[in-house]
Design a protein around this ligand. Sequence first.
Ligand SMILES: Nc1ncnc2c1ncn2[C@@H]1O[C@H](COP(=O)(O)OP(=O)(O)OP(=O)(O)O)[C@@H](O)[C@H]1O
Ligand SMILES: [Mg+2]
Length: 300
Amino acid sequence: MALIALAADKGSPGVTTAAVALSAVWPRRVLLAEADPAGGDLVYRSAAAHGGPLDPNTGMLSIAATARRGLAPDQLWDHVQPLSGGLEVLVGLGISEQAAGLAGLWPTLGHAFSSLADSPHAAADVIADCGRISGDTPAVELFPHASLVLLISRTEPEALARVRDRAAALAGKLHGGPRGAATLANPVIGVVLIADTGTAGKLASQVNDMLVHAQTGARVVGTIADDPAGADQLAGRRRGRLDKSLLIRSARKVAADLYQQYGAVWAASAQANQAHQAQQAQHVQHQHPGPMQGHAGAGT
Ligand SMILES: Nc1ncnc2c1ncn2[C@@H]1O[C@H](COP(=O)(O)OP(=O)(O)OP(=O)(O)O)[C@@H](O)[C@H]1O
Ligand SMILES: [Mg+2]
């Protein structure tokens, strides 16, 4: 299991919608983290499981206040709120000024998010909404900890040009240079297009060719339906059968495809990490067998 970081460039809105939709249909336990430094949206869009509003102070803000003393992955659960419908979320910051409270903590967060998959008590994948990436947004410090960085892109020519350049730049930063064999490099950089369902397949293959040709180290991993009605339903602005919407159906396919492709690798790495942790715990017990025994050993 894994950290999946979602982000987009200017001109490609839809990150939060995609993050919520993917989390809602994710095949394993998942924690949705609103890690957008510009602020979260869920407090305005979703009700808490108890029927009232979400508490804006419990989530990234409460983590910012406590994580300087360290952040064990399982401690993330202390800051989680369930939405009505059951999705577990780390509510984002209120306004971008509050992001100062997270300064220096992004790598700690990245480590906790990615290690939650290895928790022996309450393991979960983390889907992180990192918002807009431009310049030096600090949320990119999560990316080296991710298994998968998903760049959301609209399909207008300028949006495609931007995602191509962004993917290449990220590959340079994260993989040490653009690669042809993108699937071998970690984290995998995937592009998710928001497209009309009628043309999505054809567009995906054209954009994928463009990404490969430009040696970006990224490839198209799926398409999410351009579905304003579904997006409004998901944001609580409109009523209707959400599970039948094009948006949710397309998100279900993206999640299933990702899991089919990477699920086994993620599960194996979580197992290996759990075994390693157990071994280390045993080793520590061996090295420090307790004050009395330690004393007796030193005297002989
Ligand atoms: N798949 C989609 N199909 C149609 N409309 C969408 C889709 N995803 C998002 N939208 C619409 O685009 C707007 C922005 O969506 P969203 O909040 O998900 O974007 P964002 O990238 O998170 O933006 P922000 O930078 O404000 O956080 C909303 O009006 C939303 O309804
Ligand atoms: Mg958003």
